[in-house]
Ligand binder design. Sequence first.
Ligand code: SF4
Ligand code: SF4
Length: 350
Amino acid sequence: MIKSLHKRNSDLAKSNKQLEILSNGIFQNGDLPTFKNKIAETNQFPLKAKKLEILQINVGYMCNQVCTHCHVDAGPDRKEIMTCHTMKQCLEVIKNTGAHTLDLTGGAPEMNPNFRWFVEEASKAGIKDFIVRSNLTIIRANKKYYDLPDFFKKHNVHIVSSMPHWTRGKTDKQRGDGVFNASIEALKMLNDVGYGMPDSALRLDLVYNPSGAFLPANQTSMEKDFKKALLEDFNIQFHNLFAITNLPISRFLDYLIASENYEDYMYALVEAYNPAAVKNVMCTNTLSVSWDGYLYDCDFNQMLELPVNSKVKHISDFNEDILEGRNIVISQHCYGCTAGAGSSCQGSVA
Ligand code: SF4
Ligand code: SF4
């Protein structure tokens, strides 16, 4: 198992180091346009937040996996965990928000000791779409998690899970040895309680992200390939596949630099820039809450420690009206959201 950048005391564990790399070199010397200048070409700067639709809450960076591409730099050694106190502050917002989607993420959110209590309480707010991002292997990691499929079903949670490929080799290369087998077992358990079945209201979606320095292929055609392979090989079913572009931050940035792919990857992102994707990037309708309650335009900005540009900074001061219309904080990593068909936590956007 590889270690997190934090555990390795890597320079790249520091967000200011990542931002320095993203601002200097090919962007500073003018070989590539900055994201700000690029979106200004089509009068889309400054990027503005619209009405809040999705509240994404990161309940901690602890994870049972240490995937090579992880933008959170999550792992078993990360101890940042949302407390019950902050969860209560989040619940106040969840009860009163106009957002139609609540999205719990991590790390492995299930590893937060108060996760189940939080889900029980949050589910009472009646938000239309309640997502938990589960990495699947956590369901098989320990007996205490074996009943998660029933727990999710009881609270009508929508499961969104990473599955980088339908073959063992590609999955284990990105996410660690044994991840493929554990993921298949977990998917079977979810299917057994009704998740992902064709007419089931228990939603099960999978997330694909590339295993190297390249952009994802077409989401619709990949979904067909995934469905066919998982059904034929394992009798597994799911609803939708979201294709996500890896953003050049954290462990993926580390991988790009170590494999000498950083510049080529940035060229590829800029080359694939799609101005039509800009208006739908997820920060325009999403807010990201960190484990300690601070607010960010998205999960990527959270990891880069770029807080919202608003006088409302923390969940305890939450005010949807004030946050609406704020200028989104951008940098070169944003090219990952506007390449090709665009990319967000819900897959393509254009
Ligand atoms: S990508 Fe997801 S499953 Fe993998 S280490 Fe990061 S948070 Fe954990
Ligand atoms: S990285 Fe975040 S801030 Fe930048 S475009 Fe994507 S969602 Fe918006």
